[in-house]
Write a protein that binds this ligand. Sequence first.
Ligand code: SDX
Length: 380
Amino acid sequence: MSTETEYRPGLADVPAAKSAISFIDGKRARLEYRGIAVETLAKESCFEETAYLLLKGELPTQKQLAEFDSELRQRRKIKSRLKDLIKCMPEHGHPMEALQTSVAALGMFYPCRDVSDPAKNWDAALRLIATLPTLVAAFARIRQGDEPIDPRPDLDHSANFYWMLFERVPSPAIRKVIDAALITHAEHTMNASTFTCRVTGSTLASPYATIASAIGSLAGPLHGGANEEALSMFEQISSVANVKPWFEKALANKAKIMGFGHRVYKVKDPRAAVIQELAEHVFAESTRPEKYEIALELEKVAAPVLGSKGIYPNVDFFSGVVYESLGIAKDLFTPVFAVARVVGWVAHWLEQLQDNRIFRPEQIYVGQRDVAYVPLEKRP
Ligand code: SDX
């Protein structure tokens, strides 16, 4: 029988699994993927290599990377009937709902309901990583009345994603920004959507159902949806001069500042710093958007008040400003997060299956007991 002292709201600080995939030191702003600092990977690596590292546990040889890259490129295309399904979706629906629906449907075209076969699981893992960009771009194009753009086998993962969104090849600088942003968002220990993924995967559900459930979890504004909320917040503030009065009013109303705070980081999220560097890089080539100036001013104004409580910018604070500067629509920010995080989810799914036990925690019952049944005719 569980007791009150064992109960941890939100499972804060409760280890839900043993994992070797990533590590966070929330006090020292340290995030490592298989022991390598995320800043180093964002600078030196590429999305494909980082995905291999997260999945396999070590950096690939040149031959292994070439093979892995080719395996992904072969799986980017989606069935025409899946495009037809996306064409039936209401164009005003949120792209995260379209993505969750599409991924569940993907599992109907490539069934993998028996997860005991490592070769089939690996094929599903590759297909999920390879097709999420295609699914996100397809809905983005179809909802505006355009035909989806087919993936190009001659472009790498990040450049191909941009190509499918805009039908133009990104400059090397823009490609690098997308690639580094995807690397930075790829994995983050036991966050809500990864935990969701492990719970669903622990029932031996198919990888497509497992990833569809994780997408649903990421969509929430307290999690991956915060990047879209943060940009809306900057739009609502509307000017640098309005930041201080807006912030004071938000504090008085005990409102959550979107893009701020974290269950684990009690200092500035190291990924926020990486994304801020990308922003500076992008804006060095053009004028700094007002929303970026607003974000910088809000960080400055909020720091003395929220900083004392260990509340600092997280990964979602600056990412939207960068994505918008690349021409990505606000409601596509969280799908971009999913395009990256699917690697972490798949890595955790495979790790869960290696030593699986279905998740079934306890509860503290606070309801009534031994209640008598009163027949309807005897009730008021
Ligand atoms: C992501 O877990 C991960 O790793 C997630 C993620 C990943 O890569 O997977 O890093 C991605 O989801 C980042 C977080 C994105 N969400 C937001 O930016 C939404 C705003 N942030 C908050 O909702 C909050 O900070 C959370 C959800 C991120 C963390 O919530 P916790 O750990 O449950 O903290 P809490 O809500 O219990 O707050 C503790 C205190 C409260 O004050 P008191 O009631 O104790 O006085 O801190 C305050 C909160 O009011 N607080 C904030 C705040 N976040 C916490 N006050 C103002 N603004 C905020 N953003």
